[in-house]
Design a protein around this ligand. Structure first.
Ligand code: ATP
Length: 361
């Protein structure tokens, strides 16, 4: 089911200040996809999710789930949470420690007075789905963190919601388990064909899990796109920087033709494939460390070759993370683990025009 959010505003007053938690959010969350709201702490992700759920009352705007308007300031509509056909996996809705796995999952159905035989059949089916058959009688506290998350997911799914909402559900798991659970969750959700809205401030989680990502800042949606679009073709400096490590170098566009642009920076000219900006525009060149290529002294210089001095070389397993000083600018780069360079060494590197991303401040 599609979720349509129009002109949503939520302001809080705190110590005489107005906090714009949601500042005119307009968003369409597509049906049967995994949509992630990504942004730094305090940008309004949870407020938006809680407004969709009905746990928060916005000040203005409208929220429509499928064909039903569930909240509207103008039309004075408020559909309560339990009538919105939603499943939730929130940290605050953790599983109940005093119940076994079966009762944890059956609880939402028992509340609806569904016959015992049907409850048993539906719980068995979701347990099979989350691969926890045979765990029915296990006390919920005697499960691993990942298994507890699967119980929480099963409990959300058992009511057959059309939409499922997640608020940082993996943040209590250790790094390895988080990675495994993330993969599982993606395959569960893809198989289910359900609309999933997922909140996180973890960029890797957002990239790995989502079909689409909406990046938020200060109560607004800054950019929306699939993970590759957000990573490789961000339009704003904030998004490019938030989604991955990057060198952000202020630049001015000098020339532009059908094949690309030439920009001027403090560390020299760069040829870029992009043609979105007119001459004299102030832009920022975003260069990801992994796209910097080493140029050896005896080979012809490719386009966008820059000379500098190695400042640091840190071996982090698969690669070296290095800093290179070019004029007064430090450039972060990633070099293959086989490279033999030390601080103080002169070095040349290049960046292909298609990897010089131009963004606005
Ligand atoms: P996090 O990732 O830290 O959970 P978030 O992006 O989910 O952050 P929200 O919890 O939606 O952010 O909060 C958005 C803004 O609204 C923040 O500045 C927060 O301090 C403020 N805020 C949230 N709830 C209240 C409240 N009840 N009273 C006052 N301010 C609030």
């Amino acid at each position: 089911m599609e979720i349509r959010i129009t002109g949503l505003k939520k302001y809080y007053k705190s110590e005489g200040n107005i906090i714009k938690a949601l500042d005119d959010v307009n968003l369409v969350i597509p049906s049967n996809r995994i949509f992630t709201l990504l942004g730094p702490s305090g940008c309004g992700k949870t407020t938006l999710l809680r407004s969709i759920v009905g746990l928060e009352t916005p000040d203005e705007g409208e929220i429509q789930i499928g064909d039903t308007v569930v909240w509207s300031s103008k039309k004075k509509i408020f559909v309560p949470t339990e009538k919105r056909s939603l499943g939730m996996v929130f940290q605050t809705y953790a599983i109940w420690p005093h119940m076994n796995v079966f009762n944890n999952i059956a609880y939402p159905l028992q509340n609806q007075k569904i016959p015992r035989a049907e409850i048993e059949q539906r719980v068995r089916k979701v347990l099979e789905f989350v691969q926890l058959e045979g765990f029915e009688k296990r006390p919920a506290t005697r499960l691993s963190g990942g298994q507890q998350q699967r119980v929480a997911l099963a409990r959300a799914l058992v009511a057959k919601p059309k939409v499922i909402l997640f608020d940082e559900p993996l943040s209590n798991l250790d790094a390895k388990l988080r990675e495994e659970t993330r993969k599982e969750l993606r395959s569960f959700l893809t198989e289910l064909e359900i609309t999933a809205v997922y909140v996180t401030h973890d960029r890797v989680e957002a990239l790995a899990l989502s079909d689409n990502i909406g990046v938020m800042r200060n109560g607004r949606i800054v950019e929306i796109g699939d993970p590759k679009k957000i990573y490789f073709h961000a339009e704003h400096q904030f998004v490019a920087d938030f989604i991955g490590r990057s060198n952000l170098i202020p630049a001015v566009v000098e020339k532009k033709d059908a094949n690309g642009s030439i920009v001027r920076t403090d560390i020299g000219q760069f040829v870029c494939s992009q043609t979105d900006f007119d001459p004299q525009s102030k832009v920022v060149v975003c260069i990801r460390p992994e796209f910097v290529e080493l140029v050896s002294a005896d080979e012809p210089k490719p386009v966008n070759t820059v000379s500098g001095i190695v400042e640091s070389m840190v071996f982090v397993g698969e690669v070296y993370e290095s800093e290179i000083k070019v004029e007064n600018t430090q450039v972060m780069v990633k070099f293959p683990a086989t490279v033999d360079l030390s601080p103080g060494d002169p070095v040349q590197f290049s960046v292909r025009p298609e990897h010089c991303l131009l963004v606005t401040e």
